[in-house]
Design a protein around this ligand. Structure first.
Ligand code: ADP
Ligand code: MG
Length: 517
């Protein structure tokens, strides 16, 4: 007998899944999932479960595909299919951190994704190949959730120059090409972005009617420019403050323009852009050196501005530092407001991580958040990436998300601190840790505890400093480099074979890292 309520069906699936994976993985990946519907369509029995975030989708698809397929077949019969409903679209974080880089797959909020269509166990398709089995987006002509990196424009055969137009409607509707996850609600405000955020918010309420026109956000990579400019579009659209909103990267704009010229319909292109109420162009520094495109953009800009339409731009540097863009266009970029985004301060970094964990529906201990926030300072994308990498490792190796794991997993990212430790400090901290007098690591003694401390200190000296084996040996009472090699090998062996030793090393590593702040 096959179950007939979604709840029953999913409970039965969960029982099978529970028996096949570890408790920790089950708790992390399956316990939070809820069944939403069980329907019969075209001879298929479709069970839909809700996932808290896109991260779950990627993880589950990557790691549990075969198991789920078997399970669903067992519970629902050969015609059983599993669909996902992704509750919150979470803007994708760095590929380095996700289990596998995945480019432009297009499931967004509320989109259902059919799972079992991918042949069991087959490797996932490469980025941008289109994931077989992913249900197409519900609206035609939608170019897909823009992935982080610019993608080539989506060409719709019927109207090559207006790739974002949904055909068949009299007054053409323009698909905004926005990532629905980039909202103000999910954008954490801090000193680093306050001006940019408030201006963006004001514009989103009254596009074209503030003095911030054009509005340019500039700043380094991964600091939230794309998020913020898209938030304007999402908000304006959702609350009916603008009919036609369009987001394009300057690369997309350029490619479309080049194509339009090739196809001899540059005027279509131009007309298309002139009907936009809120035009958002990302990374305008890419216009640099592209004179024809700049000229076209200049005319579109003028037409829109004169008509009181809103123009929103982003750039990776201040307008005065952009080279290769014509003066007349550059000067227009500064007509309205140019606001920068800067590196986030500790408080903002912490808030972003907390929020991100919450959005992904995963509990992360406060000390882990603090650890990442304190150490990952480069940009917000890396910050998110660190967290995701940690979650991935926890699941893969079936470990708790705790401080030792965070240290281990993020050690490559958080390496600038190593340089600041010297051999002597490492000796001091290590001896303190093992509770032995510090000078003994440099002395001749062969007492067991001393040998252990000495070897461990040598091991960390190699890891945390840039010094040669020879120089390290000298600082341990004039020992030679082969002694250091032996020490390192011996420590590595013990880490491999003795869990208690491993834990101890991990604790000490934590102490060493803390001492460098
Ligand atoms: P940029 O366009 O400046 O390179 P993005 O807008 O792509 O940066 O941001 C990188 C990542 O960091 C995105 O996932 C984005 O959602 C996130 N992010 C950036 N700023 C914030 C913020 N203030 N609050 C929450 N998330 C943020
Ligand atoms: Mg960007």
């Amino acid at each position: 007998m096959h179950p007939d309520s979604p709840h029953d069906a999913w409970s039965r699936c969960l029982e099978i899944i529970r028996d096949n994976i570890s408790r920790q993985s089950f708790r992390t990946w399956f316990a939070p999932l809820k069944a939403v519907s069980l329907t019969e369509e075209e001879g298929l029995r479709k069970l839909t479960v809700q996932l808290p975030s896109r991260f779950y989708y990627e993880w589950i698809e990557e790691h549990y595909f075969a198991l789920l397929r078997k399970t669903v077949t067992k519970v629902l019969g050969p015609n059983g299919r599993l669909y996902y409903d992704i509750l919150i679209e979470s803007p994708q974080a760095p590929g380095t951190a996700t289990p596998r880089e995945r480019g432009g797959d297009s499931n967004s909020a509320g989109t259902t994704v059919q799972l079992p269509a991918r042949p069991g166990g087959a490797p996932a398709p490469p980025p941008n190949a289109g994931v077989p089995g992913v249900a197409p987006p519900s609206r035609p002509g939608y170019p897909g959730t823009p992935p982080r990196e610019p993608v080539p424009p989506y060409h719709q055969p019927a109207s090559p120059t207006n790739p974002f137009v949904i055909p068949g409607i009299r007054k053409p509707q323009v698909d905004p090409n926005l990532n629905p996850g980039y909202t103000f609600e999910r954008f954490i405000e801090g000193d680093c972005n306050r001006l940019a955020r408030s201006a963006a918010w004001a514009i989103a309420q009254q596009p074209g009617a503030t003095s911030f026109n054009p509005f340019l956000i500039y700043g380094g990579v991964g600091l939230g420019k794309t998020h913020l400019i898209q938030a304007i579009g999402n908000h304006a659209k959702l609350h009916g403050h603008a009919d036609t909103v369009l987001y394009v990267s300057s690369e997309q704009f350029t490619n479309q323009f080049v194509q339009a010229i090739k196809d001899n319909n540059a005027s279509d292109f131009s007309n298309f852009y002139r009907q936009i109420d809120v035009l958002i162009v990302d990374d305008v520094q890419f216009f640099s050196g592209k004179e024809k495109t700049q000229e076209e953009f200049f005319h579109i800009f003028n037409a829109l501005h004169q008509a009181g339409k809103q123009i929103v731009l982003s750039s990776d540097r201040a307008p005065k530092d952009i080279v290769g863009i014509e003066e007349r266009l550059l000067s227009r970029f500064s007509w309205g407001l140019a606001a920068d985004v800067q590196l986030p301060e500790l408080e903002t970094r912490t808030a972003i991580l907390r929020r991100k964990a919450e959005d992904d529906g995963i509990r992360v201990a406060p000390e882990v958040i603090d650890y990442i926030a304190t150490n990952v300072k480069s940009n917000i994308r890396e910050l998110e990436g660190s967290l995701i990498r940690l979650l991935a490792h926890a699941a893969l190796h079936d470990r708790e998300i705790d401080l030792p794991l965070a240290r281990e997993v993020l050690k490559d990212l958080i390496k600038d601190i190593r340089i600041t430790l010297n051999v002597e400090e490492i000796q001091r901290i290590t001896c303190e840790f093992f509770e032995i007098p510090e000078d003994l690591v440099r002395a001749r003694t062969r007492k067991r505890e001393v040998v252990r401390a000495r070897q461990v200190a040598m091991y960390f000296a190699k890891q945390f400093t840039e010094q040669s084996l020879k120089s390290i040996g000298l600082q341990f009472g004039g020992r030679d480099h082969s002694t250091v090699i032996h020490a390192i090998n011996s420590v590595e062996d013990q880490i491999e074979t003795d869990p208690r030793f491993r834990e101890m090393i991990s604790d000490l590593r934590g102490k060493l890292e803390l001492h460098t702040r």
